[in-house]
Design a protein around this ligand. Structure first.
Ligand code: PAF
Length: 283
């Protein structure tokens, strides 16, 4: 496996492989890889001839007061993990390589959803994500790309961008990987103290309660929402949002759910200073 730091070198390495008809899979990450990323890499290795894992801590998707500076960085360990799963390349460009003129002035934006849910609390976040993901698609020329469903709004927006802008790439959603305790894997779990880590289980527990209630016939949106909110509040979490939304367009449901509704509950909550997100599809 090769670690490549320049855009030209990655293109030079991949072009002949693509010419030979090899399929290229891309796994975009910001590093600090865990088993959730491992599942994405595994899926790419299974489907594609060549797998590229990008490791780039993208500054333009972080707000001024967010955790860019303390985000864990460990390229060597990331490369080892990617190699052990069968990746062929790790693409780890510097900020100057990706943004030689400073913050880019051409940005990819989603007009409706960039200011909702996570976007409402992280202004500019999704345009940073869509812009860097577009760049990674264009740089790699990948045929397939893999994203985790923990970032549900993110993968939804990437799928929509690919349709809207006719990117020639197939997006694959990979299910959330959870610890045995139920906690969704995230690089940010490392920030949690032992006590906060236990308290944070209230997110997945609340989501499970809501799913069970839905399966038992509960259809009131406010009731399902409250189950999650109460679980988090009872464990000293601070709820940023809990929303019951349509899987098809991510618009909020209100009142009572109808049998044909495809539902997902999206959650963001703080435990101490750590912001965690999670979700569950109800059907
Ligand atoms: O999900 C992430 O790790 C990032 O948002 C992504 C998709 C790698 C873009 O920087």
């Amino acid at each position: 496996m090769q670690v490549i730091k320049s855009i030209d070198a990655l293109r030079e390495a991949l072009k002949p492989l693509a010419k030979q008809g090899k399929t290229i899979g891309l796994v975009p990450t910001m590093g600090a890889l865990h088993d959730g990323h491992g599942a994405l890499i595994k899926a790419s290795v299974k489907d594609c001839d060549v797998t590229v894992v990008s490791v780039f801590l993208n500054p333009i998707q972080f707000g001024k007061n967010e955790d860019l500076d303390k985000y864990p960085k460990r390229l060597e360990a990331d490369a080892k993990l990617a190699e052990s799963i069968g990746a062929d390349f790790v693409f780890a460009p510097s900020v100057a390589e990706m943004y030689p003129d400073g913050d880019p002035l051409t940005l990819v934006r989603d007009e409706t959803l960039e200011g909702m849910y996570c976007g409402a609390y992280r202004p500019g976040h999704f345009r940073g994500v869509l812009t860097v993901v577009s760049k990674l698609f264009l740089i790699s020329g990948a045929d397939h790309a893999y994203f985790g469903e923990k970032d549900y709004q993110q993968v939804f927006l990437i799928e929509r961008m690919v349709r809207d802008l006719n990117f020639d790439i197939k997006i694959h959603r990979v299910k959330i990987v959870r610890e045995a305790s139920g906690l969704a894997l995230s690089s940010r779990n490392e920030y949690l103290t032992d006590v906060e880590r236990k308290q944070a289980l209230s997110i997945s527990e609340g989501l499970k309660l809501a799913k069970q209630a839905f399966e038992d016939g509960e259809r009131r949106v406010s009731f399902l929402r409250d189950l999650v909110i109460k679980s988090i509040l009872a464990n000293r979490g601070q709820v940023q949002f809990v929303e019951v939304v349509n899987q098809k367009d991510l618009q909020k449901f209100a009142g009572a759910l109808q049998p044909e509704d495809k539902v997902v509950i999206l959650v963001a909550a703080f435990f101490g200073k750590t912001r965690l997100i999670d979700n569950i599809e109800l059907n």
